[in-house]
Design a protein around this ligand. Structure first.
Ligand code: GDP
Length: 449
């Protein structure tokens, strides 16, 4: 799912990122393309409109984070809007995953159209609740319309190693439901999963049957199973179930197929119900939790940039960064400044994807990742610098062999490491001078990042 949408959006943002400074026209053009990509992915029109407007408003009102590029910031804004559309906004916490917070046995009602994957999903949920949550689960099929349905659920129950309600020929769905709840109570089950009958399309009789069972069993969760491959139809189905029966959550199946993903993005806005789980295959363990943030970053394929902007906004000291940038421009970058950069990086935790955003560090990022190093090298470098005298930090050329030994001893490192740092710093200074020249020619709009 999402492949096509993801590659379209990637294209849009790649073009955006190649521009250093963004004009309003750039953003407008990018948003136009985002809109087209969403519509092509089958996202419902009102949802697209809302999303694009949200992004535009925020992009305009956004305070510029100086340490990341404008394009990166726009990507972050789009990401946040996607997360919200997917149900990850504030107030949505706690609505994810199956809620079992009710007296046992907790009834879970499974509803949906025939072929949506309802029975399979019932088995998947049973397996998960038994194996992961250590619950005693009873599965019951209320499907008296399709002859093999009850047997299918029985087989799934065996695979999931949970009990299924014994089949009694001739019972109505309501009778089966009542019997299931009765067994659930008497035999101390934690959860009773009631798999209702599906129909090929929404019809009144189906809705009525489901509504009655719901009334009688008072399920704690009513989960609607929809097939992601059916696109907008899945959304319409969900809307109908929501209006007529009322659901507490949605399970979207067949996300392992090449569904365009629009349904997932529209579901929350159109039905008001959160997607709680995803079915990602025919096997019983192919059940995933639904994480709006992870899905958004799967769609954008730019999770690293998003977390980068978040971290930068949270930890980079803007004034400090400004001062550094100014000193670089003037060719006054010293080891002290480098040490201060190292400190900022340290505060941000993981190295990956972070070094490149600090002006001028792009090249050592390469060296660092070549050597497959972790943050410990930064700590060692910071220690080396702090073992120098202030003068040495400003004018590292004065550091002679004897001092290198002392500095190495003082920082608990080796002379080689001291040399390496000095060499690196030399390279950086040379590179900055070159970049400044380019910058003055106007080739580096948008700074060095
Ligand atoms: P029901 O009529 O809604 O109960 O649907 P079933 O549970 O019988 O599923 C119909 C078919 O879809 C079966 O062949 C399942 O194996 C398959 N299926 C269910 N969920 C998924 C899924 O998440 N991915 C894939 N690829 N197939 C699924």
């Amino acid at each position: 799912m999402f492949e096509a949408l993801s590659s379209k959006l990637n294209g849009v943002f790649d073009r955006l990122r190649r521009r250093g400074a963004l004009s309003e026209a750039d953003v407008t053009e990018a948003l136009r393309e985002v809109r087209v990509a969403l519509l092509e992915a089958d996202v419902a029109l009102p949802v697209v409109r809302d999303l694009v407007n949200k992004v535009r408003d925020r992009a305009v009102g956004q305070e510029v984070i100086r340490s990341v590029s404008p394009a990166q910031q726009v990507i972050k804004i789009v990401n946040d809007a996607l997360v919200e559309a997917l149900g990850g906004g504030e107030g949505d916490d706690g609505k994810r995953g199956i809620d079992l917070n009710a007296p046992s046995p907790v009834p879970i009602l499974m509803v949906g159209l025939q072929g949506s994957g309802k029975t399979t999903t019932s088995g998947k949920i049973a397996l998960r609740l038994r194996s992961r949550d250590k619950k005693k689960v009873l599965l019951a099929s209320l499907d008296v319309h399709r002859p093999a349905a009850q047997l299918q659920l029985q087989t799934l129950a065996q695979q999931a190693e949970v009990t299924s309600l014994p089949i009694v020929a001739g019972q109505t769905p309501m009778q089966i439901a009542m019997r299931a709840m009765d067994v659930g109570r008497r035999e101390l089950y934690d959860v009773v999963i009631l798999d209702t009958a599906g129909r090929l399309a929404i019809d009144e009789a189906l809705m009525e049957e489901v509504a009655q069972v719901k009334l009688a069993t008072n399920p704690h969760e009513t989960l609607l199973v929809v097939d992601a491959m059916t696109g907008q139809d899945a959304v319409n189905t969900a809307k109908a179930f929501q209006d007529k029966v009322g659901v507490t959550g949605i399970v979207m199946t067949r996300i392992d197929g090449d569904a365009r993903g629009g349904a997932a993005l529209s579901m929350r806005a159109v039905t008001g119900a959160p997607i709680k789980l995803l079915g990602a295959g025919e096997k019983l363990d192919a059940l995933e939790d639904f994480h709006p943030d992870r899905i958004a970053s799967r769609i954008l394929g730019m999770g690293d940039i998003v977390s980068l902007v978040e971290k930068a906004a949270a930890t980079i000291d803007q004034d400090e960064a400004e001062k550094l940038a100014a000193r670089m421009q003037k060719g006054q970058f010293t080891l002290e400044d480098y040490a201060s950069q190292l400190k900022q990086i340290g505060k941000m935790g993981s190295l990956q994807g972070i070094l490149g955003m600090l002006p001028g560090v792009g090249k050592i990022k390469q060296q660092l990742s070549d050597a497959n190093l972790d943050t410990s090298i930064l700590k060692r470098q910071a220690a080396i610098i702090s073992s120098m005298t202030p003068k040495e930090r400003r004018l590292p050329d004065v550091i002679k062999a004897s001092r290198k030994k002392r500095i190495a001893a003082g920082s608990g490192t080796s002379v080689q490491e001291v040399n390496k740092l000095l060499k690196q710093f030399d390279d950086m200074s040379a590179m900055m001078k070159r970049m400044n020249k380019l910058g003055q020619k106007g080739l580096m709009r948008g700074g060095l990042a």
